[in-house]
Write a protein that binds this ligand. Structure first.
Ligand SMILES: [Zn+2]
Length: 91
């Protein structure tokens, strides 16, 4: 998979995980692999340990969908209805 072909599967994988309300995604090439930065929004009242599990599930779902997504950072944020929503950036 190359270029933008990886962004959609990564976005779908992240969205498929329960507890993810919204998010912002950035994907960059690192040699033959991809670096993925996910800003994921979850229920603001979700306990930190549960939010952490959501983040881990997102990483697993992305790796299953796109094995070349090898460098991943997940940043959990409280869901804000007024947020701009998802944005995919390929650098
Ligand atoms: Zn963030």
């Amino acid at each position: 998979m190359r270029g933008r072909d990886v962004v959609e599967p990564i976005r779908r994988a992240a969205e498929s995980v329960g507890g993810v309300r919204d998010g912002e995604l950035a994907v960059g090439r690192v040699g033959m692999s991809y670096r993925v930065t996910n800003h994921l929004q979850a229920d603001p009242k979700l306990p930190l340990d549960e939010a952490h599990v959501v983040g881990c599930r997102v990483k697993s779902a992305i790796r299953a969908a796109v094995p070349s997504a090898q460098y991943m950072l997940v940043h959990m944020e409280p869901f804000a209805a007024a947020a701009e929503g998802e944005q995919a950036v390929l650098v």
